[in-house]
Design a protein. Structure first.
Length: 78
């Protein structure tokens, strides 16, 4: 994705913009809050070292920000 203008920074990436959530039988566009809620409900089982927890949260934050730039989720290496 090209570098976003300041006016478009908070617009969802087009690949997220058309995702829907069904709530009370009605479909609506997914919001950042929906995206965050889905990730907030995923956790590590048991205990983990501090560095593992930090890496896990770094990955979840990357997925949150990918709502605005999907390319954060893909590798450009072949």
């Amino acid at each position: 994705m090209a570098f976003k203008t300041v006016e478009s920074i908070l617009e969802p990436d087009p690949r997220f913009a058309d995702l829907c959530v069904v709530e009370n039988g009605q479909a609506r566009r997914m919001t950042l809050a929906d995206h965050h809620k889905a990730l907030a409900n995923i956790g590590l089982a048991g205990t983990a070292p501090t560095d593992v927890l930090a890496a896990y949260d770094r990955a979840r934050n990357t997925i949150i920000y990918a709502f605005f730039d999907y390319d954060l989720l893909i590798s450009t290496e072949s």
